[in-house]
Write a protein that binds this ligand. Structure first.
Ligand SMILES: Nc1ncnc2c1ncn2[C@@H]1O[C@H](COP(=O)(O)OP(=O)(O)OP(=O)(O)O)[C@@H](O)[C@H]1O
Ligand SMILES: [Mg+2]
Length: 480
């Protein structure tokens, strides 16, 4: 079995032509627990970045520190190149006094931040940790991730994700068909990409077709192509997706939506490794690795007569079932951190991450839209957050509202464990917590102003003060 090495320390790339600076900076960063690689100019740095993506590595570079002025290729051109292939990696520019204009230009071109030389150690560390989307506290938290060529990552530390990484490593480079199942937004397409990029077919095409998005009448010709005159409107011949994917991977997404007639043809193609275009007589041999995905229950579709059982067994040689996010709560923190980093770069924000109290709230939410929903919510939260570190009150209402419901449920469950607790007591406790949460939220929203919070809660200022006393809360009251 292939074991994946785990590197708990973020990997940093330094590009600077001054060897003394490289030495001092590397030593300092290593002492701080980072892994460091250095390059003497942009050309070398880009080569290292490229190698890190194509090699079978589990810890790609997570940040780059680059000098603006270097021989061969300077920091600016390097930044330009990185925007094409490594847009997710934050770049911190180092600049000598007098070249601040250039640095500002670099920021416009997508650099994460810049520091003037001689840099301050603490400032550099702070910027670097921000760039990594980590608070200084969890900077060294272990992560598990699988780098893909296109800069995408499969993030996850949970047992299920580790197992997934293993499966991908083992089957990527085989010709066996893979059927990926999982709820919407669990990463099916991402896994299909990973299988392709980790295989010897990586340099060949990856062709995706969404079976649900193409009208039934056109699917067959889309898949297998057609000859001139095959049907009305076929004025030229056209290759299908199978031909386009030759030597590479064909990803049939939403395979559960494939019409039964096309299922028959697909089955034959899989059995014989060849096909004819619609209206054609020439047999075309193919070398295509087939990966399929669905969020439908295919067993049920088989039982209902919508999916052919024989095709199912052909497709399901390697089954990969992706767990839903609510079943692997441990991954929510690392995923949220990953998305913070991504959107900091993409949206030019400087959010440090989620506070210790915010993460459990994210973990309580059931995430019906799985990772896609998490990604969207992180983006939205970052745009509207009032703090550099996202606090519980910065979270969107659906998460907060759900948290309350959860708490209530939890308290009610107490009844089952301790029979002595009366229902009255349970309700009292639940009300107490709910009330306290509402008050805290109102106070936070009104910057601690009791009068305004009372107005918002539609209770008198006096009774709010009494309740706050009960709850041990304090506001910043200015008499009005
Ligand atoms: N483990 C992961 N690490 C990081 N990002 C992920 C992970 N899994 C999914 N994502 C991201 O979540 C989003 C949804 O993933 P993807 O499109 O692969 O899901 P899907 O299962 O194909 O969804 P659907 O069924 O709705 O088509 C993408 O932006 C993807 O990059
Ligand atoms: Mg998908």
């Amino acid at each position: 079995m292939i074991q994946r090495a785990l590197h708990p320390q973020p990997r940093i790339l330094i590009a600077d032509d001054e060897s003394s600076l490289r030495t001092v900076l590397s030593a300092m960063l290593r002492r701080e627990g980072f892994q460091v690689t250095s390059a003497k100019d942009g050309v070398e740095a880009l080569a290292l970045l490229k190698a890190s993506l194509s090699a079978d590595i589990d810890d790609p570079f997570e940040a780059v520190i680059a000098d603006i002025k270097m021989p061969e290729m300077d920091g600016m051109s390097m930044l330009e190149q990185m925007a094409k292939h490594h847009e997710d990696i934050p770049v911190i520019m180092l600049t000598a006094h007098g070249t601040v204009d250039l640095a500002v230009q670099a920021l416009k071109n997508g650099a994460y931040d810049f520091l003037t030389k001689p840099y301050e150690r603490d400032e550099l560390l702070m910027v670097l940790r921000k760039a990594l989307g980590q608070s200084s506290k969890n900077a060294m938290a272990p992560r598990t991730q699988l780098g893909l060529k296109n800069g995408q990552m499969i993030i996850g530390e949970s047992a299920q994700m580790r197992q997934l990484h293993d499966v991908i490593e083992r089957v990527a480079d085989t010709p066996s068909t893979v059927l990926i199942t999982g709820e919407s937004g669990t990463g099916k397409e991402l896994v299909a990409h990973a299988l392709h990029h980790k295989s010897a077919r990586a340099q060949k095409p990856f062709i995706r077709i969404n079976c649900a998005a193409i009208p039934e009448t056109l699917i067959e010709s889309e898949l297998f192509g057609y000859e001139r005159g095959a049907f009305t409107g076929a004025v030229t011949s056209k290759p299908g997706r199978f031909e386009l994917a030759d030597g590479g991977t064909l990803f049939l997404d939403e395979i559960g939506e494939l019409p039964v007639e096309v299922q028959v043809k697909l089955l034959r193609v899989l059995q014989e490794s060849c096909f004819e275009r619609v209206g054609g007589v020439k047999t075309i041999h193919m070398d295509v690795r087939l990966v399929t995905a669905t969020n439908r229950d295919l067993q049920k579709a088989i039982a209902e007569g919508h999916f052919r059982e024989d095709l199912y067994y052909r497709l399901n040689v390697v089954p990969i079932a992706l767990p839903s996010l609510r079943d692997r709560k441990d991954d929510i923190g690392p995923l949220a951190t990953h998305f913070v980093r991504k959107f900091n770069t993409r949206l030019g924000l400087h959010i440090e991450g989620f506070s210790e109290k915010a993460i459990p709230l994210l973990q309580c939410y059931p995430w019906p839209g799985n990772i896609r929903e998490l990604e969207n919510i992180v983006e939205r939260t970052m745009l509207f957050a009032n703090h550099a570190t996202i606090m519980p009150e910065d979270l969107p209402p659906e998460i907060l509202a759900h948290q309350k419901a959860q708490k209530l449920c939890k308290t009610l469950q107490l009844k089952e464990v301790s029979d002595e607790t009366s229902m009255k007591e349970i309700v009292r406790q639940a009300t107490f917590e709910l009330e306290r949460d509402l008050i805290v939220q109102a106070l936070v929203e009104m910057n601690g102003n009791v009068t305004h919070a009372a107005r918002k809660l539609k209770i008198s200022r006096k009774s709010l003060q009494l309740k706050m006393k009960d709850f041990g809360l304090r506001g910043s009251e200015t008499e009005t």
